[in-house]
Design a protein around this ligand. Sequence first.
Ligand code: C2E
Ligand code: CA
Ligand code: CA
Ligand code: CA
Length: 281
Amino acid sequence: TKDSGRNNYHFFNEAMHQRVQDRLNILSYLHEGLSKRQFELYYQPKIDLATGRIIGAEALIRWHHPVRGLITPDDFIPVAEQSGLIEEMGTWVVEEACRYCKQCEELGLIESDFTMAVNISPVQFSRGAITEVVDEALKKNGLAAQRLELELTESLLIDNSASIKRALLQLRKLGVELAIDDFGTGYSNLGYLKAFQVGVLKIDRSFISKILEAEQSRILVEAIIQVASRLNIKVVAEGVESQQMAEALFVLGCDQAQGFHWTRPLNAMKFEKYMRDHQRE
Ligand code: C2E
Ligand code: CA
Ligand code: CA
Ligand code: CA
């Protein structure tokens, strides 16, 4: 009826208003959160599927808001990106990940081939002086560039701008590894990967979660792995939740994986315990 239609409209408006209000609230809290150090990095181990060894970790940001509690990145990264605050936050993430990786090295928790992966927002990449930020964080902490891996989005390569290409090649020159995150969800062309000296491909969880049931997903994942291996690009599967999935991926030729099957992302203390419990010998 006319009435319910109007009600729906009203309701929709209110929901929208609420969403705008939420974003504004998040934004003002974000500023405060950065200055009050309410952010923390969690770490999720990456496993070599052939040997079961831990060969790296991905740093994932968490926000402990004093009133709202734990807020996950999907709820604030977009706001940080739209407001430009992502540069400051992203700089903190790179520095903290480097500092912590060095600490793990000094504690004897990681092996020589262990890498720390950090997510870099495309906004941060195109606006900030990313190479300087990375270079400084490495030097400040005495961390070898080979320890650091930057997880970038496909959209960055598609942009195909000269300044982004220059920055990527500079980072490679430093010795930092480049990975393409959420691979398969965008439009990337495997051909780009070589041109940009990308050494790692992370296949998105949306494909991985379906490989046991959907023939199509399995075929797609297998094709990606085959082309990548011919280009000498490592493949990492994200979102592996069972032994069965890990085995299927290994059979398809996938190199590395991470997911709840091994562990959820862990805070520093739990990550250190995990590393100790899974040390060889
Ligand atoms: P992502 O880079 O694709 O990260 C993987 C996400 O999958 C993480 O969610 C992780 O906790 C989750 N995950 C890992 N294993 C499993 C699994 O087996 N099953 C399921 N269902 N999920 C799994 P999280 O930590 O909530 O992060 C969400 C997204 O936020 C990330 O997606 C990344 O795009 C972004 N993000 C996280 N930390 C940062 C950061 O420091 N900087 C930037 N720019 N973005 C970040
Ligand atoms: Ca990632
Ligand atoms: Ca993903
Ligand atoms: Ca992502």
